[in-house]
Ligand binder design. Structure first.
Ligand SMILES: [Zn+2]
Length: 424
């Protein structure tokens, strides 16, 4: 089932022609505005852009530039057209505001509708939206898309896990949308109260806003008896819905008529060839309030393919996000992402899905402890196997502390898994 078949199956040359046209329009829009970014592009005119390759000549935008522009200096549209704002969750420092116009909200609805269809969700579905409706963009994004496809919406918002489960069962929810770690809480409470997902109509979970490993994905799918879809997006680029995977599960489609994605070397800024891992840089093509040219997302991924997918869509596919450049850990000289540790831990079904990675400095040296929760049946043999597997991956020995299930804190919003006690 495809929402906008013509657009989603456009041949590559047509996509690129449209991208070039829209890129020039985006640059023109910024240059005509009083945004702080006008100055940044003063040396280049829209007509200087002859091909998409010229995109490389445009300077990139960093998150800090958006922060410094707080509250509205980066906004391009005239304030009479402003309809609503969302704000990045930013746990540290000044937040980033995105102001949306009427057209931006319509664009959001369109890409989110495509995301739902890509996940096999349509007009006959009952969608329970569990992210919050507020400054965080998640709740509203899922809402607009669900409205556009004509589904039945259950806008419950965040928290109240028992009520969530009650609704899933009693209201006949078929699709749930959530922050990627929230299903863990649903699964845990379900176990406490003897709730059986197999006795509900739930079949799809659309999850995002956090990096979640393939092994966690398999666990959610088997315990909740659902098919999961990985959705990406961020406040800066216009909210959730930048891309999602499809039934082929061969990468995340980026809606290329609305966005251009490049992968760069985070150190040199150089654009990398397809297939090489680096930082994702996003250019928006249709946004009005906050158009962005070459925005550095800090998300690490790679372009998997620009060929037509098994689902029939032609929009390029990127790999599932591995982590953010600033999430990368370095312990005893070894670089790795927390999601890589999660991949190993989640293979052990006798461990709960909650864990912490604690890093500290002992006698001047980095030391790492993984705190994991034991479920029934985790024995010393498995502990040894886990320890060996972690050693094979890391190349150094880390401490493993096994605690009873329920010991670690259950986060309300996004999961906090790394506790780095080293002075930065
Ligand atoms: Zn596909």
């Amino acid at each position: 089932m495809i929402f906008n078949k013509e657009m989603e199956t456009l041949p590559r040359e047509e996509i690129e022609k449209l991208q070039l046209k829209r890129l020039k329009e985006t640059l023109a829009r910024i240059k005509k505005s009083s945004s702080v970014f006008r100055e940044k592009y003063k040396d280049i005119e829209p007509d200087d852009i002859k091909s998409l390759d010229d995109l490389k000549r445009l300077p990139m935008i960093e998150k800090d530039e958006l922060r410094r522009a707080y509250p509205f200096s980066h906004i391009v549209s005239k304030d009479v057209d402003w309809m609503r704002m969302h704000m990045s969750s930013g746990t540290t420092g000044t937040p980033v505001i995105n102001v949306m116009t009427k057209n931006d909200i319509a664009q959001w609805g369109e890409i989110m509708a495509r995301c739902y269809y890509s996940a096999g969700v349509g007009a006959n579905d009952r969608i329970q939206i569990t992210p919050s409706f507020g400054l965080f963009n998640g709740g509203f994004g899922f809402h607009y898309g669900a409205e556009r496809i004509g589904a039945f919406i259950i806008p419950i918002g965040a928290g109240r896990t028992r009520l969530q489960l009650k609704f899933i069962k009693e209201l006949g929810t078929t699709a749930i949308t959530a922050i990627a770690s929230y299903p863990l809480r649903l699964m845990e409470v379900a176990k406490e109260i003897g709730f059986d997902f197999r006795k509900t109509n739930l079949r799809v979970a659309i999850l995002g806003a956090e990096v979640w490993s393939d092994s966690l994905r398999r666990r959610i799918e088997s315990e909740m008896n659902v098919d999961t879809y990985d959705i990406i997006g961020m406040t800066e680029t216009g909210g959730v819905g930048l891309g999602i995977d499809c039934e082929a599960k061969k990468g995340i489609h980026i809606w290329e008529d609305h966005y251009i994605v490049e992968i760069i070397d985070p150190k040199t800024g150089e654009v990398l060839p397809d297939g090489e891992e680096g930082e994702m840089v996003v250019t928006t093509l249709t946004r009005e309030g906050l158009p962005l040219i070459r925005y550095r997302t800090r998300d690490m991924t790679k372009i998997l393919s620009k060929d037509m997918c098994d689902c029939g869509r032609t929009h390029l596919r990127i790999d599932r996000l591995k982590g953010r450049t600033d999430d990368m850990l370095k312990v005893k000289g070894v670089n790795f992402y927390p999601s890589q540790i999660e991949s190993i831990l989640m293979k052990y079904e006798q461990l709960s899905p909650y864990y912490n990675i604690v890093i500290e400095k002992i006698k001047g040296k980095g030391s790492m402890t993984i705190v994991a929760e034991r479920r029934n049946g985790f024995n010393s043999e498995q502990l040894e196997k886990l320890s060996n597997e972690l050693y094979d991956f890391l190349g150094f020995h880390c401490h493993i502390q096994i605690v009873p299930e329920g010991t670690l804190e259950r986060p309300q919003g996004k999961a906090v898994r790394v506790i780095d006690k080293r002075a930065k």
